[in-house]
Write a protein that binds this ligand. Structure first.
Ligand SMILES: [Zn+2]
Length: 67
């Protein structure tokens, strides 16, 4: 029995799947981010920015402590 012949390893197609940075799941979108995740992310960013802006305004408009 000749065992010199090696079977070629089955080549599995390794496709680089972009992982959505928002939900950490493979995405087939061009940018790698699901459109709905992008919307959600943008919404969160907008809320964070709005909260930060509100905090700044609140801090700026807060009355000075009277002695
Ligand atoms: Zn996603």
């Amino acid at each position: 029995m000749a065992s010199s012949t090696k079977k070629p390893l089955p080549v599995q197609p390794v496709r680089m799947r972009a992982v959505c940075p928002i939900c950490k799941t493979p995405s087939y979108s061009a940018g790698g981010t699901h459109p709905q995740c992008m919307l959600r992310h943008n919404d969160q960013l907008a809320k964070q920015q709005a909260a930060a802006a509100a905090a700044l305004v609140d801090r700026a408009e807060s009355p000075v402590h009277h002695p």
